[in-house]
Unconditional design. Sequence first.
Length: 139
Amino acid sequence: MSMSDLVTAFTALLRAEDSAHTVEAYWRMEPPAALTYYVQPKGEDAEEGVSMSDFERGKQLTIIVETPWANPLTDGPALCTAVENVQAVCAANRQLVSGLVTHFGAVQYQFVTREGRAVPNFMADVTVQFRVPNHRGGM
């Protein structure tokens, strides 16, 4: 599966998981007006060993979830729920890419300032990885 196809597929899965919020393929320059997911390519493994083709080469996406920080009592929990939605999509789609296992990595939370916004945005950056499983049952 190409990186472009992977972005498209994961975007569709997130839209199905959370139809109440906007899910965009690729990050946008303009700040979001409400909680928004962005599905972004993060990286691809180099060819080496048995991975001398697209088959079994690991890939990574970054899912950026961003919301204006207007009301901490609602915006904070909504962002945390959105991160849990990303994790649920990973858990429900372990075999999204043939030969690779889907799992989520570290989550980074931070405040960001966006041009044209009077208040900061709260953002979570979730790494989603597609890796070759090892033969001992782990990653």
